[in-house]
Design a protein around this ligand. Structure first.
Ligand code: GDP
Ligand code: CA
Length: 334
């Protein structure tokens, strides 16, 4: 880990610094910051590596919720109200499936279904997820690189007081109600990073851990990529790899989803500090919200550089602003 120097802070203006960034993202929270970064960075300077631990098969289709959320968001196709699924969506297919007695608990819109049908067809032909994702991104006009964390299956299992549940079973079908006891990522030991992920990490100036759920969005990615991150060559000419995390917990609460509930059920008080502690030893820079500024000294004591910023992304401008703050922070020597 990079020791903090007591030198005065030197800000390098963003416009004069070219930074190669790898962003690690889950779904909704990750996609928003990835979109902010994509508004600033050139396509060749941003690679987004996305969690696939949530992937599952449903109605005979291969569904990759976080990958689709990131792609729809970058392409401007996402539903702005939910953050997931497509804008101007219709629900004819799923309501007719329900009328026939089929499962309707996983909400699949008509446009969204097209993605899953075509992806499944190509997977059955023997193509891999990263290749299909690359082609879909091209079709959707996404210029930055989006890579699933692995082409091999990794499946997040939520260990609960009602037994082990596949992630979507816990998250959507059971609405995160069972008490969480732990998590495991089946297949992770056999999973290789998808093509391009290792290379992107090798040449990155910084890895940005988006404000995604640490337990079930970021940990699966880190489990697959940790060797690539740890095996980076030694710092070059005083420019070590910065690893910067943005807290998904604001004021002790998750903006959306079960992250805070998970911390509580695991016996940890949810806070930006709890997130920082989870990433201790890996992360060099940590961003927390303004309303959590009182936690800054404690986060600093974890040997991380800190930034207090507005981290709630309600509008596209908020996303861009946070991305800019993050990039300026990395370009800051303390
Ligand atoms: P999922 O896969 O769709 O559940 O999405 P992620 O794991 O990427 O994101 C869920 C996490 O994002 C939750 O813990 C939220 O608290 C966090 N989140 C969502 N929106 C925001 C935001 O605008 N700012 C911050 N800091 N966190 C957010
Ligand atoms: Ca997810």
């Amino acid at each position: 880990m990079k020791p903090m120097k007591s030198k005065e802070t030197v800000h390098r203006p963003l416009s004069t610094v070219r930074q190669k960034i790898v962003a690690l993202a889950g779904g909704v929270g990750g996609a928003k910051l990835a979109h902010g970064l994509a508004q600033i960075l050139a396509p060749e300077d941003l690679t987004i590596i996305v969690n696939t631990g949530d992937d599952f098969e449903h109605l005979g289709l291969y569904i990759s919720p976080d990958l689709d959320t990131v792609c729809y968001t970058l392409a401007g196709l996402a539903n702005p109200d939910t953050g997931w699924g497509r804008v101007d969506e219709t629900w004819n297919a799923i309501s007719n499936i329900e009328k026939l007695g089929g499962p309707g608990w996983f909400h699949l819109g008509d446009q969204d279904l097209a993605t899953h049908i075509e992806r499944t067809r190509r997977l059955k032909e023997g193509q891999c997820l990263s290749e299909i994702t690359r082609d879909f991104c091209k079709a959707w006009g996404i210029h930055h690189t989006v890579i699933p964390m692995s082409d091999n299956p990794v499946r997040t299992i939520v260990e609960t007081d009602e037994g082990d549940l596949a992630f979507q079973e816990y998250f959507v079908h059971r609405r995160c109600e069972p008490r969480v006891k732990g998590f495991r990522f089946d297949g992770v030991n056999e999973a290789e990073p998808a093509p391009g992920a290792r290379e992107a990490i090798q040449s990155a100036d910084a890895i940005v851990i988006c404000p995604s759920n640490p337990w079930v969005s970021i940990n699966p990615i880190l489990s697959v990529l940790q060797f690539s991150i740890l095996q980076r060559p030694a710092p070059f000419q005083g420019h070590p790899l910065s690893i910067i995390a943005i807290s998904p917990i604001i004021g002790g609460q998750a903006v959306k989803g079960p992250a805070a509930k998970m911390y509580r059920e695991l016996g940890i008080e949810p806070s930006a500090l709890a997130v920082a502690k989870q990433y201790q030893g890996l992360v060099t820079h940590f961003v927390m919200d303004k309303i959590d500024s009182q936690l800054e000294p404690e986060v600093k004591s974890l040997n991380m550089q800190t930034l207090v910023a507005g981290t709630l992304m309600k509008t596209p401008d908020d996303r861009r602003q946070l991305a800019e703050d993050v990039l300026n922070f990395i370009g800051t020597e303390q």
